[in-house]
Ligand binder design. Sequence first.
Ligand SMILES: [Fe+2]
Length: 383
Amino acid sequence: MTQNQFSMPSINLFGQGTIQETGSRLKDVGAKKTLLVTDEGLFKLGIADQIVEIIKASGIEVEVYPKAEPNPTDKNVADGVKAFKSAGCDSLVSLGGGSAHDAAKGIGLVASNGGTIHDYEGVDKSKNPLVPLIAINTTAGTASEMTKFTIITDVERHVKMAIIDKHVTPLVSINDPALMVGLPPALTAATGLDALTHAVEAYVSTAATPMTDACAEKVFELIPEYLPRAFANGQDIEAREKMVYAQFLAGMAFNNASLGYVHAISHQMGGFYNLPHGVCNALLLPHVCRYNLVGSEDRFATIAKYLGESVEGLSKREAAEKAIAAIERLSKDLNIPSGFKELGAKEEDIPTLAENAMKDATAATNPRKPKLEEVMEIIRGAM
Ligand SMILES: [Fe+2]
């Protein structure tokens, strides 16, 4: 039997009002001063202030770093480390979708281990654990509030560095759906399809286990029902709540089974053209699935069944094709753009993008092993 590990934060809070526990959870770990990492949008909306007040009410001092960019950069990490050290912080709170958590994880890594964030690209490169990190999620989602994955853009190289490190797993994750009712439809769609991508990639991954399968299968059941509802009416709190669980389960799946070529390529598209992660995944997902179909028909046929497609009497191949058609239909319903060209991507960049994708840490667990030309073909298909 292969040896496997299943990891996630020690404590995970779900439901309306759970943000109120931020201060007491910090107190539990003996924090005296914390750095709140967030993005400008949430800072301007006053949501960061709300969290600051909750933390202060527990007698803990707070410093705010509100500059995590949508694709957080190496510069964000370096600036955050400066803020963390000069204020004498002993803990971190991240508030956001993916970016704030990724930035906070990067800040924690460098603060605890020294050097620069570039030193930690790859798998388990750090020696020391992070200071306590409480991650408050505002989208559904990247699941970054509960994973050991951190994606940081190297501004000079235009590359997203994939850092997969057991030490960056937050101590506590908080998913309060009340923070999500204001998310606009386009962001709801992109983040929800990111979650679906996590489940699909983990399900066909070479590192999938019965544990990660069980998580992904539930995601396939939840998303076709609740993502369109959350997209159609952001105030639908039941849909928001179910999407919180769906994205978290997808996180449990990919945190332990890793991902594949959708993310390997998507990291490059996002880093090169500064595009939203969820949109990149949504554009790539059907193309990578079609490539991965060879050798994984069984898995895709099962996905179709869980997505609620009628597969009775169909061959494995026909059922598998239905999974891809269902994914394409969902993207269309959610108004995902038709291709990367419309977002500014250029044909001449494809060889570089493909080469970098093959070096991405998430490519390793893709079920089918492509040659460079095949990766280029996948990108071309999504243009
Ligand atoms: Fe993702």
